[in-house]
Structures are given as structure tokens and as C-alpha cells.
Design a protein. Structure first.
Length: 373
């Protein structure tokens, strides 16, 4: 039994109170080729708008603090986590969801690295052999990344593809945009993305007409729910659930959820995490049925303290790493503070099954979802 299998075994035992949803179906119960319904036009426009107040760089990694503040950083979830440089790209998993996967691509600098990261998204492309089992790129086969330029002042990446980019299935249109946008905005300094095809700027996508009159950003969301009724009084938060590859390797999946406008983003996101995924989402719940969010405090030292209560755990119990890491990822994605410390049942020491003490400030891993091929 591998280390990760042992962790998953412990987690499964702890989370039996909540049914798991890895049925092999795709997002929202549709087959893998089906589409996710886009939000209404007015909400789509709002989500596609770049906003300096809500836009984050998506770079989640170790932060240097003084010795009194930070003792350790949480490692990546997979057994093969390493310190070697990797590139995180967003690939489609077997359930039709986009997930970040950290790959060992050829080393390069600047535009070369960005071109390689997008090339990894090409179906049956040059880097297909580097993708883990069960994952695939969203860009049509034959797509070539002709050029990537970055306006550092504006934080804007301009990407030019060849005409093969247009040869996609209409139901994949939004997922393609999400994969490109979340991959590029994971690079430091890039907040928005603009698309060109064969020397011409795209003002809308060619098949379903998704508007591209303004730069794409992470405000567009990822892995949108179908069941939500969206209106202008909704706000988007990103929540990380867990899933498993065909080889049984655990990984994390970001999913956009909509909450009433005006809620504090971190609390709202954690509330969605506690509520768990919807039936047919293709991801697993990571919290027990008895977990309660007691409080969230944003300290002046840049650390977010999340206090949880759960009578399933007593002093000295090791808590499933998936549960704790999902909290860290969710908080980091929905706040400017990438450091998180967790209190459980009032205790400062909260040790995960990965032997990390989440009672001390930790950061989301620099390379998320490093998986074997």
C-alpha cells in the first residue's frame, strides 16, 4: 500500500458519515462530452470583467516570514512532491472537470515557458506523454501556440494560436477558456488573458459566441455549477474538493460556487466547503458531517486563522490531510493572505496524516497535484 493509499484509507474511515461522489460520471451528471451551462449573459459579463479588487495572481506558494510567524509550509499533496521546477496547467480529468496538474516541462524562460504550458493543453500534442493517466488537454488537436507576449504593466498575456484552435466542440468552449485562463494566470504577474487567432484578435469565440471583448481573468470562475440560479446579487467563491485518478492518486479540484453578494469571501467559501459537493459533481467531500466553522480571523501578520469544531476528533488524533489541505487551498484562493493556520476543537496543535502541523502557519503548495504518469 502506498503512502497516499494509506492516507486515503484513513480519510475514508473518518469520512464515512458523508457519502463520496466518485461515480465515474462527469460534472453535474452529464457524460464527459456534455457542456456546463454558462451563466446568464449579465452575470457572464460581470464574471469576465477584470477587477483589480477581486483578481488574484493564483500563485500559491511558500512565503518568507520571520521565525516568530512561520515554522513550516504545507507540502504538495502527492507522494512525488519535489522541489524541482514544475509548471502547473489545467487539464480535464475523467469526470470532465478541470484540475491543476504540476508537470515537469522543458525548462525555459518567459514566453517560452508560457508557450510550453499552453502546448501541454493541446490534445494529442507534443507533451501528451507527460500527462498523468486519466487527464487530457482541452485545446483541439493540431493547435499551435504561435506567440505569447506579456504586458507586465497591465498584467496582460496576449496569446496567438493557429486556425486549428477553432476546431473545437461547441460544448467545450467555456472549458477551453477556463483552462487557458487559469493556466496563464497561475504565473506571477499575469492577471488577464487576450486571445488571437492567425493575426486577428478574437472579440468572441467562434462557435458559441462567448464574449472576449475584455481580457479573461479568474473572475470567470472554473468548473461552474449547473444547478445554481444566478443573478446580479450573487458573488463567486472558489472551493477545493478532492478527487481520485484512475490509479487511485488523490488530487484537488477547484470549483466555483455562488453565494449571496455581500458575504465575507473566506467564510462563504468555507461554508461551501463544509456543505460539500453536489451530487454528480465527480468530486469527494473532504469534511465530516459534524464539522462546524467556529470562526475566521485575519491577523495583521498576514495569517488567516480558521477555527473548526468536530467531535469526531479527540486530542492526539491525526486529521485527514485532504480535509486540512482543502481548507488551506480554499482560504488561500479567496483571500490576499496565502498563509493559514487551523484550530480544531480549540487546540493549537492540529497534525495531519501527512505529518504536517496545520496549527502553525502554512501556505498552499507551490506545485499542486504532482502525480505519477
Amino acid at each position: 500500500m502506498t503512502h497516499m493509499q494509506k492516507i486515503r484509507g484513513i480519510s475514508a474511515a473518518c469520512l464515512l458519515a458523508v457519502p463520496l461522489a466518485l461515480s465515474g460520471c462527469s460534472l453535474l451528471g452529464m457524460d464527459a462530452s456534455s457542456s456546463v451551462d454558462p451563466p446568464p449573459t449579465e452575470v457572464e459579463a460581470q464574471m469576465l470583467e477584470i477587477s483589480g479588487d477581486t483578481l488574484d495572481s493564483g500563485v500559491l506558494g511558500p512565503v518568507t516570514l520571520d521565525a516568530n510567524t512561520l515554522e513550516a509550509s504545507a507540502p504538495a499533496a502527492a507522494d512525488n512532491s519535489s522541489t524541482e521546477p514544475r509548471t502547473t496547467v489545467y487539464l480535464e480529468d475523467g469526470n470532465g472537470l478541470l484540475a491543476p496538474v504540476s508537470l515537469s516541462l522543458p525548462s525555459g524562460e518567459g514566453a517560452t515557458t508560457l508557450k510550453d504550458s499552453l502546448t501541454a493543453l493541446v490534445s494529442k500534442g507534443a507533451y501528451e506523454a507527460l500527462l498523468p493517466s486519466g487527464f487530457q488537454g482541452m485545446l483541439p488537436a493540431g493547435t499551435t501556440v504561435q506567440n505569447v507576449t506579456v504586458d507586465k504593466e497591465k498584467g496582460l498575456a496576449v496569446v496567438e494560436f493557429n486556425a486549428k484552435f477553432n476546431d473545437y466542440a461547441v460544448q467545450d468552449e467555456r472549458k477551453i477558456l477556463e483552462a487557458i485562463t487559469w493556466t496563464l494566470t497561475g504565473e506571477e504577474g499575469i492577471k488577464g488573458v487576450q486571445l488571437w487567432v492567425d493575426g486577428k484578435k478574437l472579440n468572441e469565440m467562434p462557435l458559441n459566441g462567448t464574449p472576449l471583448d475584455r481580457p479573461l481573468s479568474r473572475t470567470m470562475g472554473i468548473n461552474l455549477p449547473k444547478s445554481n440560479t444566478l443573478d446580479m446579487n450573487s458573488s463567486a467563491v472558489t472551493v477545493y474538493f478532492s478527487a481520485a485518478s484512475p490509479k487511485g492518486v488523490q488530487y484537488y479540484v477547484p470549483m466555483t460556487r455562488f453565494v449571496p453578494a455581500g458575504q465575507e469571501p473566506i467564510k462563504a467559501a468555507l461554508g461551501e466547503l463544509l456543505s460539500g459537493p453536489e451530487s454528480g459533481d465527480g468530486v469527494e467531500t473532504v469534511m465530516t458531517a459534524g464539522t462546524i466553522l467556529d470562526s475566521v480571523e485575519e491577523g495583521q501578520n498576514g495569517v488567516v486563522t480558521v477555527s473548526l469544531k468536530d467531535d469526531m476528533f479527540v486530542d492526539g488524533d491525526k486529521v485527514p490531510a485532504e480535509m486540512l489541505q482543502s481548507v488551506v487551498l480554499t482560504v488561500a484562493q479567496n483571500s490576499k493572505d496565502s498563509l493559514v493556520q487551523i484550530r480544531l476543537n480549540g487546540k493549537d496543535a492540529v497534525t495531519g496524516t501527512n505529518e504536517v502541523n496545520y496549527g502553525k502557519p502554512v501556505s498552499a503548495p507551490q506545485y499542486l497535484n504532482e502525480m505519477p504518469l
